[in-house]
Design a binder for this molecule. Structure first.
Ligand code: NDP
Ligand code: GDR
Length: 360
């Protein structure tokens, strides 16, 4: 009998799905992914690992599917018989979740239940381990809920502040409940924000690094952002998928916070990003009147006018309720033997360099 492990990843076409698929292939897994049918191609992040299905020993296979369709989920899991399922599929944009709250509840909340139920219906409780993509959005950023060290940890109370957060809290608890009720090896990774050159283009970090490259190259005039006063604990997606895998390799199923323990203002991320191309910014004004101007341009490649406004706040990007501050306590994650390789400076550098290449 083959000892090759089989993994199934929902959300394989997303940022994390693509890095996780690469990691598991490197580790010798057979990797199956669920992709949605779309009217245009949505596999750019995984095209480089696609294998011709006519070859022998194909280790990478895609299945059409959707987390809103239980029969489809049951059929795929029955066919694949996975040792590990990574449930990364979700409508993952917090602001957009205010526009389609019911859909988000269905995909991000009930979608998790569909995976767990499928495993139970198919009698795979003892075979299949499940990773659920939980999130720091569960905490909602309430100052009084931080631990005595000033971080959010596995015991901090939840107070979600968006339809996305509320849907994900259902996913969190149903995962925990199925672990306790049916003894399924099911774990929540409570991951704080993680970014990369593959980050979706409407999340704030990628929006900033793309605009940095475009403005430096003279292809864009100004970057419009929402709330610059929130703070996020940002890591690199490549490091964070390693933590997901480690969570499923433990002897006991548990939930883990994965974070760097460092938090940064959005405004400072903007500053660091522009500094990568030699542009120094000065912020002035407050809230919706805040702007940033170029005060120095130390890169002879870029001909930018000193005093030019390159960042402006546009309140259309504000959220009805905001998560003001996130900072995670990585103490428990050390038990996994997990150490991130990237710090924020290395992350920003990689993202800006990649976007400069893309823009050029
Ligand atoms: P992305 O938005 O990049 O990817 C989401 C993936 O889910 C895509 O593959 C998308 O497919 C798929 N998807 C969306 N809707 C459905 C559906 N109805 N059925 C099946 N698949 C669907 O997210 P990330 O890779 O950044 O995040 C991965 C997971 O981790 C998500 O669950 C997210 O909520 C969670 N998370 C992310 C964090 C982060 O900072 N990145 C932090 C904490 C949690 P398509 O390509 O077709 O749109
Ligand atoms: P977040 O990430 O909401 O933390 O969710 P996002 O990058 O969207 O926002 C971070 C912070 O930046 C502020 N912001 C803006 N955000 C966006 N998208 N666009 C803007 O123009 C802008 N201007 C300011 C936001 O208000 C917010 O405070 C991400 C997602 O990956 C979730 O799926 C995941 O669960 C959490 O991280 C942890």
């Amino acid at each position: 009998m083959s000892t090759q492990k089989i993994a199934l990843i929902t959300g394989i076409t997303g940022q994390d799905g693509s890095y996780l698929a690469e990691l598991l292939l490197e580790k010798g897994y057979q990797v199956h992914g669920v992709k949605r049918r779309a009217s245009s191609f949505n596999t750019q992040r995984i095209d480089h690992i696609y294998q011709d299905q006519h070859e022998n020993h194909v280790n990478f296979k895609l299945h059409y599917g959707d987390l809103t369709d239980s029969t489809n989920i049951i059929r795929i899991i029955q066919e694949v018989q996975p040792d590990e399922i990574y449930n990364l599929g979700a409508m993952s944009h917090v602001k957009v979740s205010f526009d389609s709250p019911e859909y988000v509840a269905n995909v991000d909340g009930i979608g998790t239940l569909r995976i767990l139920e499928a495993v139970r219906i198919l009698g795979l409780e003892k075979k299949t381990r499940i990773y659920q993509a939980s999130t720091s959005e569960l905490y909602g950023g309430l100052a009084e809920n931080k631990n005595e060290k000033g971080f959010y940890d596995e015991n901090s109370p939840f107070y979600p502040r968006s339809p996305y957060g509320v849907a994900k809290i259902y996913g969190f608890w149903i995962t925990k409940n199925y672990r306790e009720a049916y003894n399924i090896f099911a774990c929540n990774g409570i991951l704080f924000n993680h970014e990369s050159p593959r980050r979706g283009e409407t999340f704030v970090t990628r929006k900033i690094t793309m605009a940095t490259a475009a403005i430096a190259l003279g292809k864009q005039d100004c970057l419009y952002l929402g709330n610059l006063n929130s703070q996020r604990d940002w890591g690199h997606a490549k490091d964070y998928v390693e933590a997901m895998w480690r969570i499923l390799q433990q002897d006991v199923a548990e939930d883990y916070v994965i974070a760097t323990g460092v938090t940064t203002y959005i405004r400072d991320f903007v500053r660091y990003s522009f500094a990568e191309v030699g542009i120094e910014l000065a912020f002035e004004g407050e809230n919706e009147n805040e702007i940033a101007k170029i005060v120095a341009c130390n890169n002879p490649l870029y001909q930018l006018e000193i005093g030019k406004t390159v960042v402006q706040v546009d309140p259309q990007y504000y959220r009805p309720t905001e998560v003001d501050l996130l900072i995670g306590d990585p103490t428990k994650s050390k038990k996994l033997g997990w150490e991130p390789q990237y710090d924020l400076a290395a992350l920003v550098k990689e993202m800006v360099e990649s976007d400069l290449k893309v823009m050029k």
